[in-house]
Design a protein around this ligand. Structure first.
Ligand code: IFM
Length: 477
């Protein structure tokens, strides 16, 4: 491994004035189980919907699967050593449900839990705060076969699983995220079908979103009862949604997409209700008959923090006959009832995902959550970018990714200056990994992974981030 503390190339360390973050700011990096662990059949693990999906022809680029991924399951102690060398204060990982509770019901699998026991111990041994996400998209396949997230019972199964993980790890893990990005699970998984399980039904997507949130609420209640000292939250992926022009029709398109992308989750979780305009927009899709008395009280069970994943902005316009961009997360059925809204590209710089780079959008997003929803501490639980990386003389000089982090950290700092109680930031991702339907073709890591040899190479952005953590801020040039 190259020296992670070696300063990056001159001219890329700092892109603006010096800034310092508040004392105790939690600097971290994030990953997810299916994206890095591999060892798909080790120690009693059974298939999740992502195993099934990725093994189905045509679902992922190149037919890539998470069977081996970064082989983190076998290399975990070395990976934690690398995190320590980078100076991470916290590491956000997810637990693989089918590893610790094969099939999604019944007793815990001691062998599966053992991996996470060792991971947590290893982290604590290196002074790194474990941050545990319970669900980062790997629903056990038998639960999908029984109806998946559109089925109400899945919420109860999730709460049982949460209890089982809390029993095993609750004594050492302080920070808990129930769900990662329920929008993706619901609308990409059951609406557009771009993600596992690949179903395409708008009403199912809406039901899935509700039952994911119900599972979240039930899990929070279970965790709270058994670990009153834990810090509990949810992670939502949020986007500022901007109308392409100031026409009333474009403003309405923005309102509709904002309702589906953001308020669908923020309102029930933080206000205990669905937005009235969202219900009206979805009238042709569902009558919300799946919402039972008491559900919204459960869903809005009080939290200790909110996690925000931020990547980009949506710019939208009113329908025009025959125009619909084809980017995968914009596929029409991501947006039940608003399929005809157009997503507009503005010609600003984009990442390798084609996502617009928009650091001010992070300030906007954090301010909105704080202003409109909650005084709770906020954490950026993911932020990062995919770019094409090249290894030259054993080094990866990813100045574009570094600049992305730099601009977004400056935005995070600006949000704090504007009064947002932002307490931490997690770079996505610690290392290159399985980028879902894109397989291994998109690299988000600060650490390069050579998938043939499994050698890890900290990129310039990793060395830069180590320095940011050491300084608790960014220095002027
Ligand atoms: O890789 C994903 C992650 O699993 C969830 N948030 C967005 C990332 C980049 O697409």
């Amino acid at each position: 491994m190259s020296d992670p503390t070696r300063p990056p190339a001159v001219g890329v360390l700092d892109q603006g004035p010096a800034i310092t973050f508040p004392p105790g700011f939690l600097w971290g990096a994030a990953t997810a189980a299916y994206q890095i662990e591999g060892a798909a059949t080790a120690g009693g693990r059974t298939p999740s919907i992502w195993d099934t999906f990725s093994h189905t022809e045509g679902r992922t680029v190149g037919g890539h699967t998470g069977d081996v991924a970064c082989d983190h399951f076998h290399r975990m102690p070395d990976d934690v050593r690398l995190m320590a060398e980078l100076g991470l204060k916290s590491y956000r990982f997810s637990v693989s449900w089918p590893r610790v509770q094969p099939g999604g019901s019944g007793a815990a699998n001691a062998e599966g839990l053992d991996f996470y026991q060792r991971l947590v111990d290893e982290l604590l041994g290196h002074g790194i705060e474990p941050w545990l996400t319970l669900y980062h998209w790997d629903l056990p396949q038998p639960l999908e076969d029984a109806g998946g997230w559109p089925a109400r019972d899945t919420a109860a199964r999730f709460a049982d699983y949460a209890q089982l993980v809390a029993d095993a790890l609750g004594d050492r893990v302080r920070y808990w995220t129930t769900l990662n990005e329920p929008w993706c699970s619901a609308f990409l998984g059951y609406g557009s079908g771009a993600h596992a399980p690949g179903r395409t039904d708008g009403a199912d997507a809406v039901r899935a979103g509700h039952h994911l949130m119900l599972g979240h609420g039930l899990a929070v209640q279970a965790l709270r009862a058994s670990r009153p000292d834990a810090q509990l939250g949810i992670t939502v992926n949020l986007y500022p949604v901007t109308p392409a022009t100031d026409s009333p029709a474009d403003a309405d398109a923005a309102r509709r997409i904002d309702a589906l992308a953001n308020r669908f989750f923020l309102d029930p979780v933080l206000r205990g209700s669905y937005p009235a305009d969202l219900r009206a927009d979805l009238a042709s899709v569902t009558d919300f008959g799946h919402v039972r008395d008491g559900d919204l009280e459960t869903i809005s069970t009080p939290l200790d923090l909110v996690g925000v994943n931020y990547y980009s902005r949506h710019v939208v316009a009113a329908p025009v006959e025959g125009e619909q961009p084809e980017a995968y997360w914009r596929a029409p059925t991501c947006w039940p009832g608003s399929e005809d809204v157009r997503f507009v590209t503005r010609g600003v710089p984009v990442t390798d995902m084609d996502w617009e780079i928009d650091a001010p959008g992070l300030v906007e997003t954090l301010q909105r959550v704080h202003r409109d929803y909650t005084d709770l501490p906020l954490y950026v639980t993911e932020n990062g970018s995919a770019f094409v990386d090249t290894v030259v003389d054993g080094q990866v000089d990813d100045t574009d990714r570094l600049a992305y982090f730099d601009s977004h950290l400056r935005a995070a700092h600006a949000a704090i200056g504007a009064g947002v109680p932002l307490r931490g930031y997690f770079a996505w991702s610690l290392m290159d990994n399985f980028e879902w339907a894109w397989g291994y073709t998109k690299r988000f890591g600060m650490v390069y992974v050579d998938y043939d040899s499994q050698v890890r190479i900290p990129k310039s952005s990793a060395r830069w981030y180590a320095e940011v953590i050491r300084r608790n801020g960014l220095a002027a040039q």
